[in-house]
Design a protein around this ligand. Structure first.
Ligand SMILES: CC(=O)N[C@H]1[C@@H](OP(=O)(O)OP(=O)(O)OC[C@H]2O[C@@H](n3ccc(=O)[nH]c3=O)[C@H](O)[C@@H]2O)O[C@H](CO)[C@@H](O)[C@@H]1O[C@H](C)C(=O)N[C@@H](C)C(=O)N[C@H](CCC(=O)O)C(=O)O
Ligand SMILES: Nc1ncnc2c1ncn2[C@@H]1O[C@H](COP(=O)(O)OP(=O)(O)OP(=O)(O)O)[C@@H](O)[C@H]1O
Ligand SMILES: N[C@H](CCC[C@H](N)C(=O)O)C(=O)O
Ligand SMILES: [Mg+2]
Length: 526
């Protein structure tokens, strides 16, 4: 394609240089520039892409797109735009032939529930023979059978457009995607014609980036503005029980396209009579004047919210509603979201991704409702993230558990001990909580001390198969580690039983009694 082919898609560009220059692609990182590639210079939080324009030209950049006026001596065509990130999104869409036009796209935003809701919606689309892609925290599903590891919950616009093009070329007709507040703030989804937007909830997270809850909320609002503007039929699906959700309803009720979901009487999609056990959740759904019995293989009130949002979106984009409800029954386990790792053990062990105060409260409320003898929680706080949520996470874990084990999550570039200190400040009774920096040791301690009927919740990392320490991702999967420890403990107990049986046999035969085996110290039974 020629540079001239892209210009009509950009927002009032001023071009200097030849429009007949061949453009084969775009890059927003100078280190990825090569011949034929147009370099989009973006001013970021740590660096300014404009500082790398010279390098990009050296590497063979075919053109420059920048918010800065053209440099006098620039050897290649220069496109001067108002917003580089928006220009990147517009150019990427043109490069890939506007793939979003071939897809029904539903975007999910909110502090918690995006991954779960997007997974459910992806399942509903596929169950309705509407092949669907998925973009989100865990992986990207391009509809061709392959899963691409996720670099971001919502990747950069250049990546998004390429992924959507693959979905289109694989025969997808739909895409369920998580839309993070960072992505919205950075125009990663600019120009996408969302058919439906879902707002799950807004509670504290990412204040390190947004600064205030109001700015965090305004970032989320952008998805609803994009969706409202994308078509007169697009649906705005909002958690009516959430305080920030109600503000969002007020912002957009004038469109006549707001659908509220939740437990409250004002919700158009309302759940009542919720019951759940280890295998899933059952509830009655009141929607459009009718009542339906819904069975969901996910546990907890919060997953009822996620299911309501997905069902409302499915209905809004034209899926058969009864079929959608029926399909929910065989929705897949969402990796690392209240994922059970203890099939045949005397106590229950769940791994969950809760990494915010509200996420922990919800996960713990759900675990408690499963009526364990004791609820033992292993949790930690991520480094290079919102520091102010750490003591609140500790307070939530302490209030919702019988026993807490505070440990490390992804310290990233922070001092793990400092993260632990930030968190433990939230404990009302710090002396009663275990603080073990090594996550594997923390999980071992919790499982070693669990007894018949207890429930151990290992929270924060969920599906993650790494631990990020000083920017290096060390292999670490809570689920694999918990399963290995359970297996080890089971073998140890079997050996103990054999030993005791041999002792009893020896006692009967009059042989000397071997010395007593000192029982493991029980750190929690008090
Ligand atoms: C805080 C944040 O979101 N940062 C994103 C942002 O980086 P930035 O604008 O700060 O970039 P920068 O490092 O200042 O560099 C500015 C520009 O100079 C360019 N550059 C830089 C160096 C060089 O040699 N040459 C060059 O051209 C960079 O490519 C960039 O375009 O733009 C980058 C390029 O698109 C993103 O990769 C980067 O994501 C970082 C890695 C990140 O960790 N983001 C996380 C927080 C994030 O986005 N999380 C959300 C999920 C949140 C949730 O759901 O809880 C997500 O959607 O994944
Ligand atoms: N609707 C919800 N409301 C509150 N908490 C929830 C909800 N859904 C899930 N959770 C809790 O939050 C955790 C994260 O859920 P999920 O991964 O679906 O959220 P997310 O929005 O994708 O998170 P992230 O922004 O980190 O990708 C879950 O493991 C669970 O503990
Ligand atoms: N276990 C992770 C969860 C990351 C959540 C993700 N949404 C982000 O903020 O990058 C952490 O807190 O380190
Ligand atoms: Mg997610």
């Amino acid at each position: 394609m020629k540079l001239r082919d892209f210009i009509p898609h950009l927002d009032k560009p001023a071009v200097s240089g030849s429009l007949d220059t061949e453009i084969t692609g775009f890059a927003y990182d100078s280190r990825l520039v090569g011949p034929g590639i147009a370099f989009v210079a973006i001013r970021g939080t740590h660096a300014d892409g404009n500082a790398y324009i010279g390098k990009a030209v050296e590497l063979g950049a075919a053109a420059i797109i920048s918010e800065q006026a053209p440099a006098e001596d620039c050897a290649v065509p220069w496109v001067h735009v108002r917003h580089s990130r928006i220009a990147l999104a517009q150019a990427a869409a043109a490069l890939y032939g506007h793939p979003a036009k071939a897809l029904t796209i539903a975007g999910v935003t909110g502090t918690n529930g995006k991954t779960t809701t997007a997974f459910l919606l992806h399942h509903l689309f596929n169950s309705a023979q509407m092949r669907s892609g998925l973009l989100g925290t865990i992986f990207y599903d391009l509809g061709g059978g392959e899963h691409v590891p996720a670099t971001h919950t919502t990747p950069e616009s250049l990546e998004i457009q390429g992924l959507l093009a693959s979905m289109r070329d694989n025969g997808c007709r739909a895409c369920a995607m998580e839309v993070s507040s960072h992505a919205l703030d950075q125009d990663r989804v600019f120009g996408l014609p969302f058919a439906a937007a879902i707002f799950t909830n807004l509670t504290q997270d990412h204040l390190d980036y947004h600064g205030t809850m109001e700015k965090y909320f305004e970032a989320k609002v952008r998805l609803f503005q994009i969706t409202a503007d994308s078509s007169p039929r697009s649906a705005l699906i909002i958690n009516g029980d959430d305080a920030w959700g109600r503000k969002l309803v007020q912002r957009f009720e004038h469109t006549g396209r707001v659908v509220r979901f939740g437990f409250g009487v004002g919700c158009e999609f309302r759940a009542i009579n919720v019951r759940y056990d280890f295998t899933g959740t059952t509830f009655e759904l009141e929607a459009r004047g009718r009542s339906f019995l819904v069975r969901l293989p996910l546990i907890g009130d919060f997953n009822v919210y996620n299911a309501l949002g997905a069902l409302a979106a499915a209905q809004a984009v034209g899926l058969n509603f009864r079929e959608a409800i029926r399909s929910l029954q065989n929705a897949p386990q969402v990796p690392g979201r209240m994922e059970r790792v203890s099939e045949n053990s005397r106590f229950q062990v769940f791994v969950d991704y809760a990494h915010t105060p509200d996420g922990l409260e919800n996960a713990l409320r759900t675990a408690r409702a499963l009526r364990p003898r004791r609820l033992i929680t292993v949790f930690g706080c991520g480094g290079d993230r919102d520091r102010s949520k750490r003591p609140k996470m500790a307070a939530a874990a302490e209030a919702g558990s019988d026993i807490c084990v505070l440990t490390s999550d992804n310290p990233r570039t922070e001092d793990p001990q400092q993260i632990l200190n930030d968190a433990k400040a939230g404990f009302a009774r710090p002396q009663k909580q275990a603080i073990i920096a090594d996550r594997r040791e923390a999980i071992l301690t919790a499982l070693q001390n669990a007894r018949e009927g207890d429930l151990v919740l290992i929270a924060g990392k969920g599906h993650e198969d790494y631990q990020d320490i000083q920017g290096k991702k060390h292999p670490f999967d809570d689920r694999k580690i918990a399963r290995a420890i359970l297996h080890q403990l089971k073998a140890e107990r079997a050996a103990e039983r054999e030993e005791k049986a041999a002792e009893r046999e020896a006692m009967r035969g009059g042989f000397d009694r071997p010395p007593d085996r000192p029982d493991r110290p029980d750190r929690f039974n008090r």
